[in-house]
Design a protein. Structure first.
Length: 119
């Protein structure tokens, strides 16, 4: 099973974890650092459009939070557990609890407006 762990993170070099198992996902969202989760799909046009915005946002906030991407088709457990019915869906977790949730694509600036006050 694919996973994303700090020491062996399969990522794109921008603080974005691309693959994760449900067990590791739980460990990540229950960590000390807030986690922004992007539930996406490879076939989703708005998800593809938002990808560079998420990378930009991740770079700007790498000291304050972690950003991970969850493919809903490859990780149906996670999307079912959090009732993700549309992609992209973004969720901010703090200490394992969802503190913000939004469906739909947005810019890095919009993400910052929503998330920065919650960090």
């Amino acid at each position: 099973m694919n996973y994303c762990h700090k020491a062996e993170a399969p990522h794109d070099g921008h603080n974005l974890c691309l693959k994760t198992s449900m067990e590791t996902f739980q460990q990540i969202i229950n960590g000390d650092k807030p986690v922004l989760v992007d539930f996406h799909a490879t076939w989703c046009g708005p998800c593809k459009a938002m990808a560079p915005e998420l990378v930009h946002f991740s770079r700007q906030h790498s000291d304050k939070l972690r950003v991970i991407k969850i493919d809903v088709d490859k990780n149906p457990q996670a999307s079912t557990a959090y009732q993700v019915q549309a992609v992209p869906t973004l969720m901010l977790f703090k200490n394992g609890k969802v503190v913000w949730r939004q469906s739909g694509a947005m810019s890095a600036q919009q993400l910052g407006q929503f998330i920065s006050p919650l960090l």
